[in-house]
Design a protein around this ligand. Structure first.
Ligand code: FEO
Length: 162
């Protein structure tokens, strides 16, 4: 059985994961509108990953006999200055999510909740991956610049994401 503190915190995290999904879908919409189908494809894949993160918490709560309470999802940003800014904001957002997951882990330790700690270890590793990927794309975009061929090439690369 989950303690109320841990249950409330996981419910909050489900909301954050769904907001993340919404944010990346908003970025995909921006990319579509700016004729960047590869960027849009990458962001849509990210959207799906975030919904999977939310569902993984959802199923865990159900498995532990808790009740998921869904809260309103904030409206994400809709305007971005550039393709590079999309990924700078992605990286900043992922760093924020990492801090939330770490706080959640600290709470699970404090509450002696071992199953939640095991679950969160998956998210901790996932966040390392998320930050690594976003950092690589930000650095590449900065190195190549956003003009002409460089942007077309980057769009092509991002469109390959499985
Ligand atoms: Fe669910 Fe991108 O962290």
């Amino acid at each position: 059985m989950l303690s109320k503190k841990v249950l409330d915190a996981i419910n909050e995290q489900i909301n954050k994961e769904l907001f993340s999904a919404y944010l990346y879908l908003s970025m995909a919409a921006w990319a579509e509108a700016h004729n960047l189908p590869g960027f849009a494809h990458w962001m849509k894949a990210q959207f799906k990953e975030e919904t999977a993160h939310a569902l993984k918490f959802f199923d865990f709560v159900a498995d532990r006999g808790g009740t998921v309470i869904l809260k309103a999802i904030d409206q994400p940003e809709v305007e971005f200055k550039s393709a590079t800014e999309l990924f700078e904001k992605t990286l900043a957002h992922e760093k924020y999510v990492t801090s939330l997951i770490h706080n959640l882990y600290a709470l699970a330790v404090k509450e002696n909740d071992y199953p939640t700690q095991v679950l969160l270890q998956w998210y901790i590793s996932e966040q390392v991956e998320e930050e690594k990927n976003a950092t690589y794309i930000v650095d590449t975009l900065k190195a190549l610049g956003e003009k002409g061929q460089a942007l077309v090439m980057m769009d092509h690369e991002l469109g390959k994401r499985g």
